[in-house]
Design a protein around this ligand. Sequence first.
Ligand code: 9MR
Length: 467
Amino acid sequence: MRMIKKRTGARAGGGGPARGRLRAALGVTTTALLTVTALAALPQATAHAADTLGAAAAEKGRYFGAAVAANHLGESPYTTTLDREFNSVTPENEMKWDAVEPSRGTFLFSRADQIVDHARSKGMKVRGHTLVWHSQLPSWVSGLGASELRSAMNNHITQVMTHYKGRIHSWDVVNEAFQDGGSGARRNSPFQTKVGNGFIEEAFRTARAADPNAKLCYNDYNTDGVNAKSNAVYAMVKDFTSRGVPIDCVGFQSHFNPNSPVPSDYRANLQRFADLGVDVQITELDIEGSGQAQATDYGNVTKACLAVTRCTGITVWGIPDKYSWRSSGTPLLFDDNYNKKPAYDAVLSALGGAPGGGDPGDPGDPDAACTATYTTAEQWNGGYNGKVTITAGSSPITAWSVNVTMAAPQKVVSVWNGSPTWDGGGDVMTVRSSWNGSLAAGASTSFGFTVNGGSTPPPQVGACTAS
Ligand code: 9MR
């Protein structure tokens, strides 16, 4: 539960680039009263930029998605962040062959369904990932002979796509079928070695028949710049489009790190594929690093997509760093406590959204009167001590308050350095300042609490309000 409503227009007073520009345009530089009057007289000029990734991308005609794992959906800050920021999801592992058809002809959709149902209930689109891939492939598949493997592949595509028919905007039909390095050759997967070169074409034809409305993508990594591998994919797509083999999009995974940085010809590479008459999508974006360098790369990738008319959307490969497949590289947009990183601000800004936007009081909002940041101070079997740090914004404050929501069956058993009241059947706690309400501009204080009834998930900490 959030205590503060979304911004719906310019707020009186305060700074911020949009208001600064407006004041400059109006020649209003002094009193708050004049500013309020001027803003009220010009409602069009005060409409603020979108303040979430999904909303900002939508204003540019794109989606902004995240890879999601079903086992995190019960963690309230995870789901809150997902629901607030993203308008497309990709199941990170739940639609892969080993997850949905672990033994021949037995299809298990429940974990993937959980993600699809959640996404659709929030109005998000879903990317399907992935139908034919050499990895996360059950051994019964790789053990089949050529003709059985071919029919198992076609059956797998047909069954999975039929189950999700009409609910997936784009499918990664074939994933990572080319070798790394300079050969431009196909990877030696069971499909390649047994079914032969035609397996990709066959997979796409089968996919089109199964769900004619889904966009059918080829998806790969290390194809983000112009190189031997992307040239080989390019040649395949060109061949497919010239012969009428059904392909609608190419996915560029875009996993970057210092050894594999964002290529300087990233945009040009996206554009040359788009010029073949297919859409391009950034499908698994993550960039190892931190701070401004990481932010700059994220901003540039976002701008590259916006510069290519047929780049229809971006998916980041996870939400908080701690759940990334390479978490030690902190490659995502949110830190382990779901705070927005500089990389987040860079993406939002590149999308034309409000830099540092979000609900007033969210960490990272430079306009906020105060911000609240959560850490788990101690943790044991069956409980934990939580700590919330309150920091005043650019003006002094005299009182603050924050909502903290516990996941059942967790219960708060004590609170210090703050005054709690309770709501929501006892799992929503509002903590108001006690002796520590007065903070100078930029100064911090904290309150703590002990929770029994489970050591995870951490609580959801709402925005800070001040007076
Ligand atoms: O993020 C996924 C991780 O949880 C899995 O353990 C891993 C298994 O192969 O797959 C990861 O996702 C991969 C994606 O499906 C395809 N491109 C590379 C991704 C990162 O490895």
